[in-house]
Design a protein around this ligand. Structure first.
Ligand code: 73E
Length: 804
């Protein structure tokens, strides 16, 4: 372990004068600007570079140390890293907030505006991508030798706006200004092949690809808390092998001359905007192979730089596959070991399996990746042959081969490939892991009972408490000191204070500050007024039928009816806030957005709702918006159909910031409920087992609707165009679907949801009781730190050490 003195040396606290000089230096010599001509962005880049300089020493130190001690390295392969902004994160991490605020102020630059000038790095869709970002933060904070590998998309997740209540999408462009956190590594480049043919000569196969692109690495240092350790995130960008064809240029065909670069660069151009849905597109398969192959080439090169026996790979490295997106890693590693390092198939497969681990994130059939064998064979002929061989090899080694084939009905089932090629397979919450064993991986689990383990997700307390909630951060630091930042269980010291009136008042004041901060923001960005004393009832996540934003907005409409019928009742004043994007091709999700906006418009313009009920849906929910919304939430909506949300991580962020959860017994909600106690969470609805049994028995939504007049009434209203007078038939299909199919069981759960929301109204009126529960949520959520999750992976899966 590094001594404290050594840590200080690594990040020498710069005095204000040195920091100021560094900013001036970068403005002048890196950007080439004079202060009088500098734009806000010029200043931001100069400040970012001055801050970045401070993490270089620990970064070199970590790399050097891992190398000299030959530590086991962990490689986290993920198609998505949903990072968000980096500058404020780095500033708070290094404890430079006060200093920089005053230095930047002295330059006559608005510090807050400078921080928010940074575009979000939105290289992910939702929970899976954000988990990867939280893990990078935790792996550095606990001092684990790790590299993240992914794709440097030119365009991250699209920007969302609303046009007349409908979602509209616009390309995102985070790289338009220089991205000051990355270092291009032109020397770290690998040719990646596609297509072509394989020739076999005895035991030796030679793949001659038809096209080749270059993967070029871009490195971002990822400093752990106080910069005491720093890992690397390496993102691959696709470049042409040759920029330009001279022959067509000389003929005057300038478009054709540039063709190679256009073709190659398509591969890392844009993030597929689908969350929990598999895209069977050739380009997607190419993206997956592109970054996986580049990462493995880099990993093997680094290993061979100081080892000579590839059979020892599993002792030196552990590779984690974030879902099946990089599952081609198994045949690719086998290919490298056989075709480049002369290993026989069986040995190659065992070495590969010794290195690989697979995290499953969803059981939904539409999310499970399957590639047609003809597509796979065309794009990756050598891999297709190896997948067949792996399938046969596995089938021969087990009793019931027919039930566990990777190749099925002309398709490659990537989940099965990932499972068979992995040492360990994990789910992301206790319930999800159990369901994995009982459903999609039932047969494989029976054959390999030691393989499946659970690692319940977590979130980084740095970004999701310390950074996003300054009001609560100072209260916590004043009350229990700062150790909670790297040891979130310390929040338990708050437990006795839940009954302390003075502390509760301060806790409530912090929440109030956050609600006012959000209200100010929405005033400026949307021109709307929010009453900060109302309950902020928040549902923020991707729009998906299983997450049931629909049930939430139906509840709002039912509440609207009930309040109009009984305006004098003591309703808890509520502001329902929605945030989230729909995949551009997901028609039902986009219709749900329009319905939220239609019902919202009707409610918001009804004077009888003033001070009682309001609907707010700010467009373009992203990491930065989450950082504003989460600390301001009173109520956290986690209402997925039980059995469908693998874990959820927004649920954790909201609870640790003192929001009470209304939720189903799904994903990590169950474990959150166990942690915070049943008095401090509002659980409702069918269980996963009941959902399965109801479906098996033949679910009939109509009977539930008939038994719940509130639901029947709003469905009537929606179907008759009460919220869409401009197009009364807009929701006909949506309502018919609810009445006749309702796969996600909105009708079955609605009464239970209504009842629990009424209890929530009552609980709200007991202000002391509410605040007590809020304190207990924060106090008992320590276990949901991603530091705990990462220590779990290191111990149970990677067999890797941590320095802290
Ligand atoms: O429950 C969440 C989970 O908290 C799950 O839906 C999400 O992963 C989170 C982190 O574990 C997830 N995303 C995807 N699958 N599961 C996914 C699938 C395909 C493309 C993009 C994302």
């Amino acid at each position: 372990m590094l001594s404290e003195a050594k840590i200080q040396d690594l990040v020498p606290e710069p005095d204000a004068a040195a920091l100021r000089r560094s900013i001036e230096y970068h403005l002048k010599y890196t950007t080439g600007k004079d202060p009088s001509a500098a734009t806000l962005t010029d200043w931001r880049l100069a400040v970012s570079r001055a801050v970045r300089d401070l993490v270089i020493a620990p970064w070199f130190e970590t790399t050097q140390r891992v190398y000299t001690e030959d530590q086991k390295r962990v490689y986290y392969l993920s198609m998505e890293f949903l990072i968000g902004r980096l500058l404020e994160d780095a500033i708070l991490n290094l404890g430079l907030d006060d200093k920089l605020r005053s230095i930047v102020g002295n330059f006559d630059v608005d510090y807050a505006a400078l921080l928010t000038d940074e575009p979000d790095a939105a290289l992910g869709n939702g929970g899976l991508g954000r988990l990867a970002a939280c893990f990078m933060d935790s792996m550095s904070t606990v001092g684990l030798a790790a590299y993240g590998y992914g794709i440097r998309y030119n365009h991250g997740l699209f920007r969302q706006s609303f046009e007349n209540g409908w979602q509209a999408e616009e390309a995102e462009d985070w790289l338009r200004q220089t991205h000051p956190w990355e270092f291009e590594r032109p020397e770290a480049h690998y040719p990646i092949g596609f297509g072509g043919a394989v020739s076999v000569d005895g035991a030796k196969a030679t793949w001659t690809p038809a096209e080749t692109v270059l993967a070029v690495g871009y490195d971002t240092p990822v400093p752990g808390w106080r910069g005491r350790w720093s890992n690397t995130l390496r993102l691959w960008s696709a470049k042409p092998e040759r920029e330009f064809d001279l022959e067509p240029f000389n003929r005057g065909d300038y478009m054709a001359a540039a063709a190679p670069s256009v073709l190659a660069e398509t591969i890392s151009r844009v993030l597929y905007p689908d969350d929990t849905t598999a895209q069977g597109k050739e380009l997607r398969l190419k993206q997956e192979y592109f970054f996986t192959a580049a990462s493995l080439a880099d990993i093997v090169r680094r290993f061979l730089a100081h080892h000579d026996d590839v059979a020892k790979l599993p002792q030196s490295i552990a590779i984690q596959l974030n879902d099946t997106h990089p599952a081609i890693a198994c045949p690719e590693l086998v290919r490298l070991l056989m075709d480049h390092h002369g290993q026989p198939f069986e040995t190659a497969f065992e070495i590969a399996r010794g290195c690989l681990h697979y995290t499953n994130h969803t059981l939904m059939p539409e999310a499970l990746e399957r590639w047609p064998t003809d597509l796979m064979g065309r794009v990756l002929p050598r891999h297709m042959a190896l997948i067949e061989r792996i399938d046969d090899h596995h089938a021969k080694s087990v009793k019931r081969p027919e039930s566990v084939k990777i190749l099925d009905g002309g398709e490659v089932r990537m989940g099965d490939l990932a499972f068979i090629g992995a040492r360990r397979v994990n789910g992301v919450s206790a319930l999800h892991t159990e369901l994995m064993k009982q459903t999609v991986f039932k047969d494989l689990h029976e054959l390999h009972p030691e393989r499946v383990v659970n690692q319940t997700n977590g979130v980084t307390p740095r970004r999701w408490l310390y950074n996003c909630n300054p009001a609560l951060r100072s209260l916590l630091n004043d009350t229990i000191g700062e150790t909670w930042v790297t040891d979130l269980d310390r929040l338990e010291a708050l437990l006795p204070l839940a009954d302390d009136t003075a502390f509760r008042a301060r806790f409530a004041a912090a929440k109030d500050t956050n609600k006012r901060r959000l209200a100010d923001h929405l005033k400026h960005s949307m021109g709307i007024t929010l009453d900060p004393t109302a309950m902020f009832d928040i549902q923020i996540k991707r729009i998906h039928e299983y997450k049931r934003q629909l049930m939430n907005i139906l509840h709002a409409a039912a509440l609207w009816n009930a309040i109009r019928q009984n305006p004098e009742k003591n309703w808890a004043p509520r502001i329902k806030i929605f945030g989230g994007k729909a995949a551009p091709g997901y028609v039902m999700a986009k219709l749900a957005i329009k319905l939220i906006n239609d019902i919202g418009a009707t409610i918001n313009k009804d004077p009888a709702m003033a001070g009682r009920l309001q609907i707010v849906y700010p467009p373009n929910y992203n990491v930065s918006m989450a950082e504003l919304l989460i600390p301001a939430a009173d109520l956290s909506e986690q209402i997925s159909t039980a059995g469908m949300e693998a874990s959820g991580t927004g649920n954790m962020k909201l609870s640790v910031n003192g929001a009470l959860t209304v939720g189903t017994l799904d994903g990590a909600n169950i474990e959150i409920g166990e942690a915070v106690g049943s008095d401090n969470i509002f659980i409702f609805g069918l269980t996963a087992a009941e959902v399965a049994a109801t479906r098996a028995a033949g679910y009939d939504p109509a009977s539930h609707i008939a038994a719940e007049p509130r639901l029947a009434e709003i469905l009537e209203q929606i179907a008759s165009g009460a919220f869409s007078p401009d197009d009364p038939g807009r929701y006909t299909d949506l309502v018919t679907n609810l009445r006749e199919h309702d796969w996600f069981m909105v009708a079955a759960d609605f009464s239970s949801y209504w009842d629990i929301q009424s209890k929530i109204d009552e609980a709200w009126h007991d202000r002391d009781g509410w605040h007590r529960s809020a304190v207990l949520n924060t106090a008992r959520m320590g276990w949901f730190s991603s530091d705990r999750t990462i220590r779990g992976y290191a111990r149970d899966i990677w067999n890797a050490g941590t320095a802290y």
